[in-house]
Design a protein around this ligand. Structure first.
Ligand code: UD1
Ligand code: CA
Length: 453
């Protein structure tokens, strides 16, 4: 039986932040959530999380997962943190210890470690060319494991060791709890160091398996923002590489950021500086132009999003053309073959098949039928300063340029609005509405002159 314990009680002083360290986002999700997701893939009996600093916030952030939380009131070290959860594990379980601040650890690596663990503990190590900050693995002349020394407690020659403790460890629960009870806090930080259980095991002649990970990226811990940024780049690079492998035409793997869940059909292309957030679904042949931000959106086949468009919480149909410089706001529902051009903003707006707003318009709280055309500079006045009102347009409606539709207002099928109109009354089917001052031309007009001329 497998049980996982994730340590996440630390403050993360080196982040210089009010947010508990393990809640800092990596690829749009709290870093500890990546660890929880990875642990879940091992189908353990239980996942325990040790919380302390910002415990409520951490518990809230992980509320959708079936987890057992344990409180570490004072942060007295990783060994002390483990001791808060270990008594809640079944004695016959194998316990896998993960750190909430080592977010990219992968399931196959954990399986490799677990496969080595029998009656003694096993630890995951790695060779780093830049090992500073990590505990070092010390071995004897026969290359047998001796103990882990923390950087703060290490001598200069020990600090030159490049084999590091990743923090990931596995051990039968009963053995682990016996070993842990023998660990003191006689060290630079006066803390109970979890890796010291390995030294106790070795003193007791218990076999300690050291499994070496050859992936220097997945074992990286996050103690400061530099490391978090580096891991974010690693994550994004790998994600982009996977997309490319799957056939998505990513223009530049270093200029794509996916902070959420992206699903792509066949023939999708993503130009440079695309930012994807939340849940985004792109159907076959969707093209996303440069510098677009797309959050919680589904886009139908063959639709082209031109550069610098911002799309949020929207459903876009097939064969549409969006942007450049379009802003599609929450609640927008665009049917097939809709065209939204530059500097057009939509919000809570439904546009039927083939309708167009090609330039400079605001369409808010509106339902528009099929094949209607909104001219440049036209807007729905949906807000009267207190309440929002709806605008309803039928099929084949034509809104001349620079018109103002004062909601609530309805324009029936084929309604035609003359350019520059302020529309305050409903327009019936096939009516022309002109709502503007008449033009007067005054002959022989003398333009004003400057004083004294
Ligand atoms: C730890 C290891 C070090 C290893 C490195 C790998 C110890 C003593 N050191 O160092 O050997 O190379 O991780 O990344 O274990 N935590 C608690 N309660 C505490 C202290 C820490 O829950 O009282 C949690 C933290 O939230 C964090 C994890 O344990 O998720 C590691 O703690 P941290 O202080 O970051 O340890 P490191 O100095 O990185
Ligand atoms: Ca750490």
């Amino acid at each position: 039986m497998l049980e996982v314990i994730i340590l996440g009680a630390g403050k993360g002083t080196r982040m210089h932040s009010h947010l508990p360290k393990v809640l800092h986002p990596l690829a749009g999700r709290p870093m500890i959530e990546h660890v929880v997701a990875t642990a879940s893939r091992l189908s353990p009996e239980n996942i325990h999380v040790v919380v302390g600093h910002g415990a409520d916030e951490v518990e809230r952030a992980l509320a959708q997962y079936p987890l057992q939380f344990h409180h570490q009131a004072e942060q007295l070290g990783t060994g002390h943190a483990l001791a808060q959860a270990l008594p809640h594990c079944h004695l016959q379980s194998t316990v896998l210890v993960l750190f909430g601040d080592v977010p990219l650890i992968s399931t196959p690596t954990l399986q490799a470690l677990l496969s080595q663990v029998r009656e003694g503990p096993g630890v995951l190590a790695a060779h780093l060319s830049e090992p500073s900050g990590y505990g070092r693995i010390l071995r004897d002349d026969d290359q047998q494991f001796v103990r882990v020394v923390e950087e703060r407690d290490a001598t200069d020659s020990e600090r030159r060791v490049q084999e590091v403790n990743t923090g990931v460890m596995a051990c039968p629960a009963g053995v682990l709890s016996r070993l842990l009870s023998k660990v003191g806090n006689n060290n630079a930080q006066q803390e109970t160091y979890l890796p010291d259980v390995l030294a106790v095991a070795r003193e007791e002649r218990l076999a300690v398996s050291v499994v070496v990970s050859h992936d220097a990226d997945e074992i990286q811990g996050v103690n400061n923002r530099l490391q978090l940024e580096a891991l974010e780049r690693t994550f994004q690079q790998r994600f982009a590489e996977q997309l490319l492998t799957d056939g998505v035409a990513v223009a530049d793997r270093s200029r794509l950021d996916v902070r959420g869940q992206l699903t792509c059909g066949y023939g999708v292309s993503l130009d440079i500086n695309t930012l994807i957030e939340g849940v985004v679904v792109l159907a076959d042949n969707v093209q996303i132009g440069a510098n677009c931000v797309i959050r919680d959106v589904s886009i139908g086949p063959n639709t082209i999003v031109h550069p610098f468009s911002h799309i949020e919480d929207a459903v876009i149909g097939a064969d549409c053309s969006i942007g450049p410089y379009a802003r599609i706001r929450p609640g927008s529902r665009l049917g097939p073959s809709v065209r939204i051009g530059n500097f057009v903003e939509t919000k809570k707006a439904t546009l039927g098949a083939g309708s167009k707003a090609n330039h400079l318009a605001y369409i808010g709280d509106a339902t528009i039928g099929e094949g209607s055309n909104i001219g440049a500079g036209s807007i729905t006045c949906n807000y009267d300063g207190a309440n929002k009102h709806h605008t309803q347009l039928g099929d084949g409606v034509f809104i001349g340029s620079n018109s103002t539709l004062v909601a609530p207002v309805t324009i029936a099928d084929g309604g035609f609005i003359a350019a520059g109109s302020v529309i305050t009354k409903d327009v019936a089917a096939a009516e022309l509405a002109v709502g503007r001052g008449r033009q007067r031309n005054i002959a022989d007009w003398q333009a004003p002159k400057k004083d004294g001329e």
